[in-house]
Design a protein around this ligand. Structure first.
Ligand SMILES: NC(=O)c1ccc[n+]([C@@H]2O[C@H](COP(=O)([O-])OP(=O)(O)OC[C@H]3O[C@@H](n4cnc5c(N)ncnc54)[C@H](OP(=O)(O)O)[C@@H]3O)[C@@H](O)[C@H]2O)c1
Length: 268
């Protein structure tokens, strides 16, 4: 399979590297306006070009990894080259209606990965346009599955998932920074705190995914009566953490909808 990755920044580079290492039979062509992004990928065996049309015409499947506000420009450049082809868009807030408006004859899938593509642990949600064949759906699933775990969702959930899982490596890292800072105040070297915390996050996530326990179950299992965790959880309850997390997700959804509206207005 020949896959074109258009936009070779943070996500596009991770996509191209994962696809080339997951199956050496794949031909991956990365296209970007920045030559310096491309030279890093050439060392990994990825073919590169600064010509989006050339990448699109050669490929069977196109993965769009440019920023949301650049999607329209790129699709208008390559609309003839992608007629009848599968195009997976990773762009936040760019809905199927918009994609279809820019290139009516392409077959689109709107996807939302997260930064953990870098280590093939992304949680990638996606919604295909409704008339894709089973063969197309199999191709999409096999590509996205190579980045981590996948879930097919209805498009009306995509803005919320952008806010929750697309942005998760960002807000979880912010939380980790605060905890590590607290760790140094109780006498731990920052590096040790960070390793301990990151491994604890992986472990907690695995408990929840693999044993199907709820966060409340996990809290009960750790917080023995009169013990250290119970003391910490009681202290945590004094701070407005719930409000902070509800609020960040709400602003995330609002921002996503604002970007969609801006892009749709520009298309009128
Ligand atoms: N980063 C994340 O964690 C994350 C998570 C989920 C989804 N996404 C989505 O993934 C997409 C890419 O995000 P990113 O963080 O990887 O962005 P990025 O690092 O800025 O990568 C985008 C790349 O595309 C290049 N580009 C701009 N216009 C182009 C054009 N006309 N043709 C070819 N390349 C062009 C950019 O160059 P310039 O820098 O010069 O513009 C940049 O190198 C976004 O739509 C975002 O919503 C990102």
């Amino acid at each position: 399979m020949i896959v074109a990755v258009i936009g070779a920044g943070i996500i596009g580079s991770a996509v191209a590297k994962t696809l080339i290492s997951s199956n050496r039979k794949n031909r991956i062509i990365a296209s970007d306006i920045r030559v310096e992004q491309l030279s890093k990928l050439e060392k990994e065996g990825v073919e590169t070009t600064t010509d989006n049309k050339k990448a699109a015409v050669t490929a069977d499947v196109i993965i769009l990894c440019v920023k949301p506000l650049d999607v329209k420009t790129v699709l208008s450049q390559i609309q003839n080259e992608i007629k009848g082809k599968l195009v997976i868009s990773m762009a936040a807030a760019v809905n199927l209606k918009l994609l279809k408006k820019c290139a009516p004859q392409a077959k689109f899938v709107r996807a939302m990965p997260n930064l953990a593509i870098i280590v093939q642990e992304s949680f990638t949600t996606y919604c295909p346009e409704h008339d894709l064949s089973n063969k197309d759906l199999e191709i999409v699933e096999s590509i996205l599955r190579s980045f981590g775990t996948t879930a097919v969702v209805k498009e009306d959930k995509m803005d919320a998932l952008t806010a929750l899982s697309g942005c998760a490596p960002g807000y979880l890292s912010s939380l980790m920074e605060h905890i590590v800072r607290g760790g140094t105040e109780i006498g731990l070297p920052a590096e040790l705190s960070l390793t301990a915390l990151a491994q604890s996050m992986i472990g907690t996530g695995k408990i929840i995914l693999e044993t199907k326990k709820s966060p409340a179950d996990v809290m009960k299992m750790v917080a023995t009566r009169g013990g250290v965790t119970e003391e910490e959880l009681n202290e945590l309850a004094k701070y407005p953490l719930q409000q902070a997390f509800r609020s960040i997700l709400q602003v995330g959804v609002k921002k996503s909808k604002e970007i969609t509206r801006k892009l749709l207005d520009e298309c009128q």
